[in-house]
Design a protein around this ligand. Structure first.
Ligand code: ADP
Ligand code: NI
Length: 228
């Protein structure tokens, strides 16, 4: 990973107006000590990918930018006490004088982004589609693999246990209560994401990342089985 990628990313964010800059500073503070796959760079990658998709889909960039930057600040796993109210996101926007109709649109996008077993939502707006796709793209491919094992480690999950079978038919309650292995998480969630992309731009990127994950799993299995 070259430093220049992040430099380009930071400077492209800084070129935008004050509000985006403030939101960036805000999420850097909120996610400063996260090692579960939700660090600030996750949000920044989602921001960048969501903007790329939004430009191709002619979505409202301002809504997409704010929603992408704020999509995880009230996440149910990271901040359960504010998940319902979206207090962090709302307070940030209110204190920065964002119009109420923009706040409402951003909160709708954030509400519709998250994946929860077979009860995930198809977003009701194109802006929601862009942010959901960008968030899901960050869960697959090389970075997706790294995030999954980092999440698994931080939640005391086994990397792999052939005795524990993946469960691909979980509803929302079962999904959150599920204690499984990180390799199972690929079958329970990550390998399903390619076909859940909303936009054509995201489908193209997802295809390549999905193929890479499948190769990784084959290689993993070969090594596990004691390849000679
Ligand atoms: P986000 O909110 O960014 O969509 P999640 O909160 O669902 O993502 O998960 C954050 C990261 O942790 C993702 O890369 C996801 O694949 C990974 N992750 C979530 N649950 C598990 C799990 N049970 N095992 C391994 N990785 C997981
Ligand atoms: Ni996210």
């Amino acid at each position: 990973m070259t430093a220049s990628f992040m430099e380009v990313l930071w400077s492209s964010i800084m070129e935008h107006n004050d509000l985006i800059e403030k939101a960036t500073e805000y999420i850097k503070k909120i996610f400063a000590h996260d090692y579960s796959g939700h660090d600030a760079y996750h949000t920044l990658r989602v921001y960048r990918t969501a903007v790329t998709i939004a430009e191709q889909e002619h979505a409202d960039l301002r809504i997409v930018q704010l929603a992408a930057l704020l999509h995880d600040v009230d996440d149910i796993k990271l901040s359960p006490q504010t998940n319902q109210t979206k207090e962090h996101a709302v307070q940030f926007m209110k204190s920065n004088h964002v119009d109420q109709d923009v706040i409402n649109a951003v909160i709708t996008v954030i509400d519709e982004v998250s994946f929860a077993g077979n009860e995930s939502l198809v977003p009701s707006t194109i802006e929601g589609a862009c942010v959901q796709d960008a968030d899901r793209l960050d869960a697959i491919g090389a970075i997706g693999i790294a995030r999954a094992f980092s999440y698994g480690g931080s939640h005391n999950r086994a990397m792999y246990d052939p005795a524990i079978i993946p469960n691909t038919e979980m509803d929302k309650v079962q999904y959150y209560a599920n204690v499984s292995t990180t390799v199972n998480h690929f079958y329970e969630k990550l390998l399903t994401l390619k076909d859940l992309m909303n936009t054509d731009a995201a489908k193209r990127i997802a295809c390549r990342r999905d193929r890479y994950m499948r190769e990784f799993l084959q290689e993993f299995q070969k090594e596990w089985d004691g390849e000679r």
